[in-house]
Ligand binder design. Structure first.
Ligand code: FUB
Length: 586
């Protein structure tokens, strides 16, 4: 169901805009990992991995990638899974960290997987849209060096040359051809020097570089953000005046925090702000194998350096407000309690597993001079229930109650409506679900009807996502080209060694209950004792674990190194989340 309503700009609104902050983690319906942000057509898309609730061999259990998007940095629309490892005929598992980039009117998604014939390799999938579905573009791995081919990052330079970097323990790159599905020459192994990639806290490798590179350009300077220091990881960065180095180590961005032994970062500029997207174990039931994506807003220093960025539960401030008078997908969520999402027969996703007392919170909703009615697209195979419309808290002022009747099927959709009184100005909106026992109904989309005609400014297509009333500017993925980064030359590096790297790419370790994490370490054939930089572990009431092993050791070695991750069901996890947020007055 789609509505196109004119006027996203509420200049008649008397309520001054208030700053609302995102709730971190930004997704509560799934454990999400390895975020890769991408800006496209006024929205930020975040491509993620998905840690399954139930672990296999107490290790990363990841079968698919997922994508979420936002126009305001606080309300995130769930687009489901655009790609799975088994969409690649040559892969047998491990849908680890990827990155998507638009080019030539298409979207290219670079993702690592374990091959059926062993070892990890990077594939490329293509789609005509940012939310997929994606298909294997070439029917075979794009790159496969045999040494930890994980965590691809892709960037297209101003001269239109595209680069793909990746790897753990080595850092590799290729120059992609314009088709984005092939490359010229052989993979080049970056020479990892302490001048370029910092000194490791231990001597297991030559530098602090571990994995998860994120490559982009800002203000004429190239940035390589990466997970560093072994287990538990922190996020550091290097810069260069050239896309292929040499690199100069610039320090730590995000200290070791957040109850996950890995971290993995992406950086994006959007609507004039810079955002740092990462993962931790902050969701209830979270840990090293049950991670969740969070976002922080930050400002580069005048010289282009990163500030220290700490993990928060508040997250990034909102950008503009949400317009309730255009259709919003029900799966556009700032925070929820108890619900899940699923593919919808009407397209996109719907909200399901709705029980009595569950809710969805949408932040920064601008009702202007007021709403007179509300309508929702719903389906119910049971006896239905109600949607209570409450302002600012889950038990806040009720401005309407919409009855949902049985429709005869969980995907048999109808529109229900109800009167609304007292919804004016700017509020967080709670869609609170009530009814009998068991699953009540499914929920596809909603919108309010305004009391007054909307001004004729700013026509917008609500399409199938949340809609904003504030203009947002597009920016290229990665760092924006604006800003005051003054380039500085990197230090020289020795010629690339042809090094062998007894590579690692495996991680024992685990969460433990809701906070635990354990470790993973590298075992590359690096050399040289390295002083350990001391990580600032302030800012998060979480603990991090110790280094335990190496990803490419046999899985059996992971067992002794792993703590049990609570296999909390999604319901239990969400119930804990509900309790954690019960006291909120947002
Ligand atoms: O999610 C699996 C792996 O853990 C990723 O590839 C790494 O970056 C680390 O986050």
């Amino acid at each position: 169901m789609r509505f196109v309503v004119a006027a996203l700009s509420f200049c008649f609104v008397v309520t001054p805009p208030a700053t609302c902050f995102a709730d971190n983690p930004i997704v509560q319906t799934n454990y999400t990992t390895d975020p890769a942000p991408m800006v496209h057509n006024g929205r930020v898309y975040v491509y993620t991995g998905h840690d399954e609730d139930t672990l296999v061999n107490n290790f990363f259990t990841m079968n698919e990638w997922r994508v979420y998007s936002t126009a305001d940095m606080v309300n995130w629309t769930d687009h489901g899974s655009p790609l799975r490892y088994n969409n690649f005929s040559w892969a047998k598992g491990d849908a680890w960290a990827g990155q998507c980039i638009p080019r030539n009117g298409k979207f290219y998604y670079y993702v690592p997987m374990t091959q059926k014939n062993g070892g990890m390799a990077i594939g490329v999938a293509v789609s005509s849209g940012p939310t997929g579905p994606f298909t294997d573009a070439i029917g075979r791995p794009l790159v496969s060096t045999g040494t930890g081919d994980i965590d691809p990052t892709v960037f297209i330079d101003d001269d239109e040359q595209a680069y793909l970097y990746w790897g753990n323990p080595n850092l590799w790159y290729v120059k992609l051809n314009r088709d984005m599905t092939s490359y010229s020459g052989n993979p080049v192994q970056v020479s990892l020097t302490t001048a370029g990639f910092g000194t490791r806290k231990d001597t297991s490798r030559a530098t602090s570089y571990e994995e998860g590179p994120w490559f982009y350009k800002r203000g004429g300077r190239y940035y390589m953000v990466f997970a560093a220091n072994g287990i538990p990881e922190l996020i550091s960065y290097a810069t260069s005046t050239s896309p292929t180095g040499p690199w100069t180590f610039r320090g730590v961005i995000m200290p070791t925090q957040g109850a996950s032994f890995t971290n993995h970062a992406g950086v994006v500029d959007f609507a004039g702000n810079s955002y740092f997207v990462y993962h931790n174990g902050a969701l209830p039931g979270g840990g090293g194998y049950h991670r969740s994506v969070s976002v922080e807003r930050f400002t580069y220093n005048a010289d282009g350096a990163f500030p220290t960025i700490n993990m928060t539960s508040a997250g990034a401030p909102g950008v503009g407000n949400l317009n309730p008078y255009v259709t919003t997908e029900a799966e556009t969520i700032a925070w929820e309690s108890g619900v899940e999402t699923e593919p919808c027969s009407e397209g996109g996703m719907d909200v399901t597993a709705i029980d009595n007392g569950d809710y969805i919170k949408v932040k920064g909703v601008n009702f202007g001079t007021g709403a007179v009615s509300f309508e929702a697209r719903v389906a119910s195979a049971s006896s239905g229930g109600s949607i209570e419309l409450r302002l600012d808290t889950q038990n806040g002022t009720r401005v309407g109650t919409c009855a949902v009747q049985r429709t005869g099927g969980s995907q048999t959709w109808t529109t229900t409506s109800c009167a609304v009184t007292g919804a004016t100005g700017l509020h967080d909106l709670y869609l609170k679900f009530t009814g009998g026992s068991g699953a009540l109904f499914n929920f596809n989309s909603w919108r309010f009807t305004p009391r007054d005609p909307l001004p004729d400014a700013g026509v917008a297509d609500a399409s199938d996502t949340g809609a904003m009333d504030a203009g947002v500017s597009d920016a290229s993925s990665g760092g924006a080209s604006s800003g005051g980064a003054s380039g500085s030359a990197g230090t020289g590096q020795p010629p690339a060694s042809g090094g062998t790297a007894a590579g690692s790419s495996g991680a024992p370790g685990s969460g433990g209950g809701s906070l635990g994490s354990a470790g993973r370490g590298g075992s590359a054939s690096g050399s040289g004792p390295n002083a350990a930089p001391s990580a600032d572990e302030s800012g998060c009431a979480c603990r991090s674990g110790s280094r335990r092993g190496d990803r490419e050791l046999p899985l059996v070695t992971f067992f002794f190194a792993s703590l049990l991750v609570g296999r909390a069901s999604r319901r239990r996890r969400q119930e804990r989340a509900r309790r954690a947020h019960a006291a909120e007055v947002r």
